[in-house]
Design a protein around this ligand. Structure first.
Ligand code: GTP
Ligand code: MG
Length: 206
């Protein structure tokens, strides 16, 4: 069977015609964080297309391996990734990839982060410690990131400067609060990442 020129298949018109309007630039952004911090919720809230999700029900088989749904009342978890899209303006479109939170699926991050320009690290202040591992991985991969505290009503609230110290974040890394269920709030968190990426790009050129 003839599949044609492989270069055409790789770099043919599909990327531009089906995903990107003419003249627009697509940027890959990853929403990352520990189990149940609201990654799938954020991608779904902000996406202008019906999000792709890979939710599976958590069962007894995962007891002792996976995080317990516990108080969050979650019955499903992401087993591969989330995908959504948001147009910032006519020239800039963000492709949003949510990572799985259960550690046994973290190996998938290798593919999810490939080609990503930056990341939003979502934090639940009830389980801040998960972020250390997440942030270390991003620093190792040299992926620029902002940190967004998802303000669950039942979670303790700390001043942002205390959180910055607790997370050992440098002053230059943006730290914001958001509500992962709220579109405008998620958009603002993504915009803080875009502004940060622009700042880094300018710094690299001087
Ligand atoms: N109250 C409140 N609930 C939230 C918020 N964000 C998410 N939730 C709820 O918290 C739960 C966790 O959300 P998910 O979006 O599945 O979390 P996740 O990080 O994708 O989880 P995994 O993929 O399993 O790691 C869901 O039941 C959401 O409805 C929030 O900002 N406030
Ligand atoms: Mg999820």
């Amino acid at each position: 069977m003839d599949f044609g020129d492989s270069d055409t298949l790789r770099a043919g018109p599909r990327d531009t015609d089906l995903l990107l309007p003419h003249g627009a630039r697509g940027v890959k952004v990853v929403i990352v964080g520990g189990f149940g911090v609201g990654k799938t919720t954020m991608v779904g809230a902000v996406s202008e297309i019906p999000p792709l999700t890979t939710e599976e029900r958590m069962t007894q088989a995962g007891v002792g391996i996976d995080h317990n749904p516990g108080a969050s009342g979650k019955s499903t978890t992401t087993v591969a990734m989330d995908f959504g899209r948001i147009s910032i303006n006519q020239e800039l479109i963000l492709y949003l990839f949510g990572t799985p939170g259960q550690e046994r699926f973290w190996f998938l991050w290798n593919g999810i982060f490939e080609g990503a320009l930056g990341a939003v690290v979502l934090v639940d202040t009830r389980r801040i410690e998960v972020c250390f591992e997440v942030i270390t991985r991003l620093e190792d991969r040299r992926v620029p990131f902002v940190v967004a505290v998802n303000t669950f009503p039942e979670a303790p609230q700390y001043p942002l400067d205390e959180l910055r110290t607790a997370l050992a974040l440098s002053d230059s890394v943006p730290l914001v609060t958001c509500d992962a269920r709220d579109r405008a709030s998620c958009r603002d968190a993504l915009l803080s990442l875009m502004v940060y990426l622009c700042t880094l790009a300018v710094q690299e050129t001087v």
